[in-house]
Structures are given as C-alpha cells and as structure tokens.
Design a protein around this ligand. Structure first.
Ligand code: AMP
Length: 538
C-alpha cells in the first residue's frame, strides 16, 4: 500500500468542515481511513484530532507561536519541486521536534519547521497550522473517530467503546481495525493498563442512597493520584490514570505491595497519597510531585513517604472479574490484600450513619467520600452514577484558553487566566470566567513560561493558548452572563491547584455547569455557607 499523502488528509478536513451532519462526518472519515495502511491510519487519526504525539501524556512540541511565525516568514515554497508530503513526513517532523532538547534547540526546531513548511502547499500549510494550534474547527473528536472505527470494522458501537476503554488509545484502535485485529480476543491483560473507572458528582448522602436504590457502600475519597497495580509473580508495575508507567518512581510502594498482595497475578485499583512523618495526608501537589519525581527517589522517599489505599480488583489470578458486582469484587479483594493497604469501607442504608462516616473522613483531612453501588460492574473509562463522589464543596476542573499580562508587581507574568469548560456535544471549549487568584509567585512564573510555549497568537493584552493546562477552580456562585460564549460566569473564581494529572478532555463539561447552575437555586443557602466558610468570604 502506497504511503498516504498529507494532501488527502487536508482534503478530508475541508470536507469535514463543510458538513454539520455527524453521520456524514463519520462516513467521510471511515471511507478515508479504509484506504490507508494500518500505520498511516493510526497517524492520520492523531492528526485529525490535533494530537501531536504518540505518548498519551505527550506534552506539546514546546514551540511557541513566535517560532512558528518565524518559520513561516522564511516563506520558502518548494512544494512543486519536492516530493509530495506524506502523513509520515509530517509525523516524523513533529516527532523530531519533540525530541530536540538542550542548547540551540530552538534553532534546530526552527530549521525542522522551516523545512516542513516549505514543502506544504497553501492548503496544507493552513491545516498544518490548525493541527499545531489544536484548533481544528472541523468538529471531529474521539467519539466521532470511534464511530468511524465501528463503521470500518463492522463491530457495533458498544463493543468499540469497550475496546476503547481497554486499549485507551483511539489511534491504536484504528490501527487494529484496519489490520482486522479488532476482535473478541482483545481483553484485559497484565501490564497493559486499562482506563480507570470514573465517578460522577452527587449532591449529598441522601442523593447517593437514592441513586443506589437505598443501600450503598461508602469509602474515603483520598485526594491523591490514581494508581493501577499490575502484578505477575514478583513483577509489579504501576500506571497512572493517564496510563503512564510510574513504577520506577515508587520503589517504596512496590516493596509494600510485594508483601501485602497475596495472589500470583492481579490487576488492582488504588489511590496513593503523600503523608507527613506522622502519617497525616499532605496536599495533593505534594503527592503529584512525589509520584512524578524521577531523580533522587531514594532521598525523597525518606522526606515524603507515600501511603497506598487499594479499593478494587479487575483481575485476580488470571480471571477478569470486572463484570462481577462490586460487593463480590470487594470480598475477593479483602481476601487477597492485607488490611494495611485496604481502603476502609462501610455498607449502609442509614443517612445518619453515613454522614457520621463522612465527617470522620473529612476530619482526617480527606476530600470526601465515594459511594459505590454494590451491584455495579467495573466499567473502565466510564463515568457513571454507580460511583458517586460526595465532597463538601464542588470545584470545577477548567482548561486555560488564554492569559492576560499582569499589572504592577505581576507585570512580567501572564497572571489573569481565561478559563473554559468543555462542551460534550461539540468538543469545543467555552469560556466561563477569568482569575488571577490562587497561585504563588513561583507558580505564576512557571505558568507564564508554560503558557508562552502553548501560545497560538499574541494579543496586546496577552496570549491565546492551545487548550492544555488544566486547573481546579473554586468559586462561590455561577451566574448567567452575556459576556461569555457559554452564557455563564463564575463569581470569585480561584485556582485551587494545577491538575497536571488531567487532560483537557477531562475538564468539567458545559452540561455539568448548567446542572450546577440550576442546583444553586435548590440549595442556595448551602452554597453561600460554603463560600464564606471555605474561602474566607471571597
Ligand atoms: P475526581 O478526580 O474529582 O474526578 O475524582 C475521582 C478520583 O478520586 C478517582 O479517579 C480516584 O483517583 C480518586 N479516589 C480517591 N479515593 C477513591 C476511592 N475510594 N475510590 C475510587 N476513587 C478514589
């Protein structure tokens, strides 16, 4: 099969942009992908959704808009002289750019970009720039690609989504579909992480009991980092919720797990938190820093110990148990892990008993509790009402889409951040407010550098950036607002923390925002109370 041309992808993008019909978009994508080799299909899928790297956690290329503009200025056009650009050419160049580091790296990146741009026709250049900025504006998201996978493979939507949960990478799914390898044999395998099951927010204990049929199980909700544990014999590996392998950063946790899991093979779900020397939970940022730390691990283990809490089992001794009810999985878990690492658990139908449990957990410094339906299967990657989180106040996870230069002391920093939710239906990011509150000076400085590397255009007031950095934001009220495209604005928004563990497509949705807006009217008194007690009357 001949290598696929970039111009064909561009042609597809133009057609996608000109149709609003979801069905038509799916057909166009499926027909296009069917003509490609499996490897090109994988690459084309990434490019179609503006993903620039194969690494799931892959950071962007770290080339600011300035370098891109500079490369454009060179204005060389060799498109008629050189061989037509293939998808693979574009992908290899992006890969090369992401790997360039150290002294003179900007110059080298500029050279690669210049050479790539010089080979583009006008149309190709336009779409390449859209890919680089992540603003494709042709209405294609992962969901649409999954529908295309269903169309290519003849497998129904539901099964494709299940494969997606297990494989966790839409490009890889396209590759498997094109090579006719997508079949019932694909299952959960040791050392191949699956996407973790997610929880939905609920209002309070009564709400959770109602949603779970009057009886439910409750556990502390730890404010840490999700870890999927894979064990086979004496080998143990740990994966984050974005499926990165972080095993080597946590030899202390591996030691604990080696002595506390009593099964030959297992896939378990857990949360890890950093604790102080007296065992009290430390803030989330400390956990994140510790878990992602790759250098001098031995030294930091002594200073910032970790504590792991296991709460579910997906596979035990070769048998996949995700379809069994939670209560059964929990019993099995209790029989194979030591109490030291087992998440505390109560089962109750009594609101007062659960509220008591909630208060105790909060007093221990944790975030809230999780309510889990005892009858529910483990659904990888899915957010549903079978797992509900009950927190004392709900924050939103928002993505930064632009930033303004500060004034006075903050003059050199990008310090007022434009925040957005994600519209689940269109995949677009909609602005809901701005804030310059919540970061330390050091964080402002680091954030400024980070945002500059994500810049897609410069304005007099600041920069527009590729939606990438996720922040958790508290607020005291959601108001209707004509100023923002979303139609809503957060009052007194404040960054609680930077959520490097979340990707932009995991931010709070526009749909959730609307529900929260309505909820305020039911429980207005409560909201005001939270606002004054937690945020000093902001
Ligand atoms: P959130 O990050 O706010 O969407 O909340 C869901 C996250 O809570 C999960 O992804 C886990 O990382 C974390 N978590 C903490 N404790 C538990 C628990 N007992 N069961 C499940 N998830 C938990």
């Amino acid at each position: 099969m001949a290598e696929s041309l970039f111009s064909e992808l561009v042609e597809l993008c133009r057609l996608l942009e000109s149709t609003n019909s979801r069905l038509k978009k799916v057909q166009l994508i499926a027909n296009y992908l069917k003509r490609l080799s499996p490897v090109d299909g994988k690459t084309a899928s990434y490019l179609l959704i503006g993903r620039l790297s194969e690494e799931k956690d892959g950071s962007p290329l770290n080339v600011g808009w300035k370098i891109i503009m500079k490369a454009l200025k060179s204005g060389k056009n060799l498109s008629l002289l050189s061989a037509p650009l293939t998808i693979n050419d574009v992908w290899s160049s992006l890969k090369l750019i992401s790997q360039i580091q150290g002294q003179g790296s900007m110059k080298k990146k500029l050279a690669v970009l210049e050479s790539l741009f010089s080979r583009c026709s006008k149309d190709e250049l336009e779409w390449l720039l859209r890919i680089l900025s992540g603003e494709m504006r042709h209405g294609v998201n992962v969901g649409l690609l999954l529908d295309a996978v269903a169309a290519i493979s003849g497998i129904d939507d539901h099964a494709v989504r299940r494969f997606d949960m297990i494989i966790g990478d839409v490009g890889e799914l396209v590759r498997l579909a094109l090579s006719k390898q997508l079949s019932g044999r694909i299952g959960i395998r040791i050392f191949n992480p699956v996407r973790p099951m997610l929880a939905e927010m609920c209002y309070d204990v009564q709400d959770a009991l109602d949603k779970h049929g009057g009886l439910s199980s409750f556990e502390p909700k730890y404010d840490g980092v999700r870890l999927q544990i894979h064990k086979q014999g004496s080998e143990i590996r740990l994966f984050t919720r974005r499926l990165s392998d972080v095993t080597k950063n946590m030899p202390d946790i591996i030691d604990v797990l080696k002595r506390s899991i009593n099964a030959f093979s297992a896939i378990l779900d857990s949360e890890v938190i950093a604790v102080d020397t007296s065992g009290k939970a430390l803030p989330f940022q400390d956990t994140l820093r510790r878990v992602t730390r790759e250098r001098d691990v031995e030294e930091v283990i002594k200073r910032v110990p970790l504590k792991i809490w296991i709460f579910d089992a997906l596979m035990v001794d070769g048998e996949v148990i995700i379809d069994r009810p939670y209560l059964e999985r929990r019993k099995l878990l209790e029989s194979i892990v030591d109490k030291e690492v087992l998440t505390p658990f109560i089962m109750s139908d009594n609101k007062t008993v659960v509220e008591d449990f909630f208060n105790k957990v909060i007093a221990q410094g944790h975030e809230g509790i999780m309510a889990k339906d005892l009858r529910s299967p483990y659904t990888p990657g899915r957010r549903g009402t079978t797992w509900l989180k009950i927190k004392s106040a709900e924050n939103l996870d928002l993505v930064i889409i632009a930033a303004e230069w500060g004034h006075g002391r903050r003059k050199r920093w990008l310090s007022n951040y434009h925040l957005a939710v994600r519209d689940e239906e269109t995949g677009r990011y909609l602005m809901v407010g701005k804030t310059f509150k919540g970061l330390t000076d050091k964080e402002f400085e680091a954030m400024t550098n980070r945002l500059l590397s994500l810049k897609t255009s410069a304005q007099e007031w600041g920069v527009i950036v590729k939606p990438f950095v996720v922040v958790e934001v508290s607020y005291n009220e959601i108001q209707k607002s004509p100023h923002y495209e979303s139609g809503y604005a957060l009052r007194f928004a404040r960054i609680v923390r930077i959520r490097d563990d979340k990707s932009p497509d995991e931010v709070s949705t526009y749909q959730r925002l609307k529900i929260l807006y309505e909820k305020q009217f039911e429980k207005k008194g409560k909201f005001t109370e939270y606002a004054t007690s937690n945020y000093g009357g902001l």
